[in-house]
Design a protein. Structure first.
Length: 737
């Protein structure tokens, strides 16, 4: 196998570093590309193989070899610098909330059960792995590429892809060659502990080149960089993670192949990465540490059958996610204490997709999709003094999979979701330069909710059990045109729709008057764009303008009970979003490549429901007004015959709000303190060299040692600002065989 530890300078079409920038619609080139030429790379974002120039929408692509070389290891690394993307972390617990072009989950949930569905679809190959709640921050190694589709993808990707979709595409099994590679990294936080990571991949051909096995593993340990001034403990926010992926591929015949996938990703956070803003940088003042654990498993079977005129693809998957959290909870003025919560989700999906393969004026895709998701949330509370405060004796243990044996309150929620969808997508070549594009998706879904709440003492009147069931069906559309006046210039205009399912309210069992369910929301998007590549292949220029109307926006509202705010999901009136994106990548010299990208977003919550405390006219959350990135890479001859490189990357993400502002009747924002996060300015530098089968580089991330603000947890004691890594100095050694 060819060494992928180092790419040619042309691979610099993407931003490197521990928080990667990206350039819209540009891609890393193949290692075989001619020096100085930005070659075309094939993607599958439209459910068929096509060049980026042929895709009639904005797509950002990050090449896997570049991600690997620059040390990217999780979801935040992949997407933190993509223009027009707002990324915040959730509760410091190892999960993320993602907004594309201003469309994000505004409900602020941390749990993932009885919580809004994410607005961005997340896929591992063709397996949907996003669901209710925040997105898992998975450690995926050995990626072929990451495709970021911007704008609603309702017809092809369905429910949850309202703001866009992110596809993590792994390297396929190689049936012919035994190969592998290993990599070790060590780094040191400025004023903190160590970061260590080891990962590797082995590919084994089987059955005389008709089958193969690919095994990928990684393990990382990172000390913390935040000190707790109350407990006296240093470096409290440590995190360990491990991942294992096994792919088995089998070419059953010239027309039939299958792929079996297993993925397991475990992570443990021993202390959240949030700080007390009244103290020095990277200090917190909590009475005790919080923690979080994530266990994530994927089982999938993909089969492709070629029929001559079309290819039938079947994707069957089971995704099992388990999250254990210990967030802080305030109740009746008592000191902050933890509310241990276990959240389990099991999702089965089945998709059948028929894609035309014959040449002609008409190309089409027909598909059917089924999803069955079950989720359970179980939590217990027994802070010191809680029993006395409410005049209760602690209850005996309930069947909740947690460590506590007695508590003063208990909540159990069971949620069921089932969906069936049929879809089609069509492209007709009206002339050699003009294409008409259309798509439609019909779906029907059912939602059930059962919950029980048990509270002691004088609050026992809150104890109750309830159940509800609802169903909804709808049709989504997309329509557009693509005009290619010359081979290296493509323009398009597109209308598309997105949809997100409604869901249950976790606090409806606790707070009188809170509805058990909230309604779906929808998005209409209008976009025009152009993509250009120069005749000599040394320059790429892309631009897009868009406008979106968001109806029945799902938000977190609040009510006051006993002077305590309680949040619940509801539907706002409407929101509007407009924006523009432009990027340029050029290679004026054979061993030098540079690029710059810029995105502008203007968002507004235009309407709110009557009686709501949410303020109309404010910008949407996770929506930086300006974002951009720039890079430059220079190749040179290293001593000893190596291929040397030096690369600098800069990314800018403007200020953004992690929560919606409420009015004076409450004076609070449930889930966080209302203020704008400071703009993130990240500068990374990497220098290294690759030889025949090994390579080494040294790097500095966050060279300016900026305090990077990623969210606000809102625990109520000033310890809510979630921060990213300070300056890190390190080195990576890799070997291929």
């Amino acid at each position: 196998m060819e060494n992928t530890g180092r790419m040619t300078p042309i691979a610099a079409a993407l931003v490197a570093g521990a928080g990667l920038g990206c350039f819209s619609q540009t891609i890393t080139a193949q290692t075989e590309s001619r020096a100085g030429v930005l070659e075309e790379v094939i993607v599958t974002a439209a459910r068929r193989e096509s060049s980026v120039l042929e895709v009639p929408s904005t797509i950002d692509v990050l090449g896997g070899a570049m991600l690997e070389q620059t040390g990217a290891e999780n979801f935040q690394d992949y997407l933190a610098g993509v223009p027009a993307v707002g990324l915040t972390t959730v509760g410091g617990s190892g999960a993320s909330r993602l907004g594309i072009r201003g469309v994000s989950n505004l409900t602020g949930g941390k749990y993932g059960s009885a919580d809004s569905v994410a607005t961005v679809g997340l896929y591992l190959n063709d397996v949907p792995i996003s669901g209710a709640g925040p997105l898992p921050d998975l450690d995926i190694y050995d990626l072929q590429r990451v495709e970021v589709l911007k704008g609603p993808q309702g017809t092809l990707y369905g429910e949850g892809a309202m703001g866009g979709a992110v596809r993590l595409l792994t390297n396929p099994v190689d049936y012919e060659a035994f190969s592998g590679r290993v990599e070790a990294m060590v780094g040191s936080f400025e004023g903190g502990g160590l970061r260590q990571r080891t990962r590797g991949v082995v590919n084994v051909p089987l059955a005389g080149g008709r089958a193969g096995l690919r095994v990928v593993g990684s393990y990382s340990e990172r000390d913390g960089f935040i000190d707790n001034v109350v407990t006296g403990e240093d470096e409290v926010n440590s995190r360990d993670s491990s991942a294992l992926r096994i792919n088995f591929g089998w070419q059953l015949s010239d027309r039939v192949d299958i792929d079996l996938l297993y993925l397991r990703n475990d992570s443990q956070v021993d202390g959240y990465s949030d700080v007390d803003e009244s103290l020095d940088d990277y200090q917190q003042s909590l009475l005790e540490d919080r923690e979080a654990e994530l266990e994530f498993e994927v089982y999938a079977l993909t089969a492709n059958i070629e029929f001559g005129a079309a290819t039938l693809t079947s994707v069957s998957s089971l995704v099992d996610s388990s999250r254990y959290l210990r967030p802080k909870f305030f109740f009746l003025g008592m000191p902050e204490e933890t509310f241990p919560t276990e959240v389990d989700q099991d999702t089965f999906t089945q998709e059948l997709r028929l894609v035309s393969t014959t040449s002609g004026d008409l190309s089409w895709i027909l598909g059917a999709f089924y999803r069955d998701r079950d989720a359970a949330t179980c939590g217990e509370f027994d802070a010191p003094g809680a029993a006395e405060a409410i005049g209760a004796e602690p209850f005996a243990a309930r069947p909740c999979p947690l460590s506590r044996t007695a508590f003063t309150s208990y909540r159990d929620t069971e949620e069921g979701f089932e969906q069936l969808a049929l879809y089609g997508d069509f492209t007709y070549a009206l002339t050699p330069t003009l294409e008409l594009i259309g798509g439609v998706r019909w779906f029907q879904e059912d939602l059930t909710l059962e919950q029980e709440l048990l509270v002691g003492g004088f609050l026992s009147f809150l104890s109750n059990a309830s159940a509800v069931e609802t169903d909804v069906d709808d049709v989504l559309y997309r329509a557009g045109v693509r005009f290619t006046p010359q081979q290296n210039l493509s323009t398009y205009a597109m209308y598309s729709q997105g949809f997100r399912s409604g869901g249950p309210n976790l606090n409806s069992a606790l707070v009188p008057g809170v509805p058990m369910l909230y309604e779906p929301d929808t998005l209409d998007n209008f976009e025009i764009g152009a993509k250009f590549q120069s005749d000599d292949g040394r320059l790429q220029l892309n631009a897009a303008l868009f406008y979106s109307e968001w109806q029945d926006v799902q938000i977190t509202d609040s009510v006051i009970v006993a002077d305590n705010p309680f949040g619940f999901q509801s539907n706002a009136g409407a929101a509007e979003i407009s924006g523009a994106e432009v990027d340029l990548v050029f290679s004026p010299l054979d061993r030098f490549t540079a690029g710059i990208s810029l995105a502008y977003l203007d968002s507004e919550l235009t309407e709110v429901p009557p009686g709501s405390d949410i303020v109309a006219g404010q910008p949407l959350t996770n929506t930086p007004e300006w974002s951009g990135s720039a890079f430059a890479e220079l190749g040179f001859d290293a001593p000893g015959g190596g291929d040397g490189f030096a690369r600098i990357d800069y990314q800018y993400t403007g200020g953004q709000y992690p929560d919606l502002a409420t009015g004076p009747s409450t004076g609070v924002v449930v889930g966080g303190a209302f203020r704008e996060l400071e703009a993130r300015k990240l500068l990374n530098l990497r220098v290294g060299a690759d030889f025949s089968n090994w390579g080494v580089d040294v790097f500095v991330t966050n060279l300016l040692d900026e305090v990077l603000e990623y969210g606000i947890d809102g625990v109520g004691s000033g310890n809510g600002l979630i921060v990213g890594d300070p300056r890190v100095l390190g080195a990576t050694l890799r070997y291929s065989f």
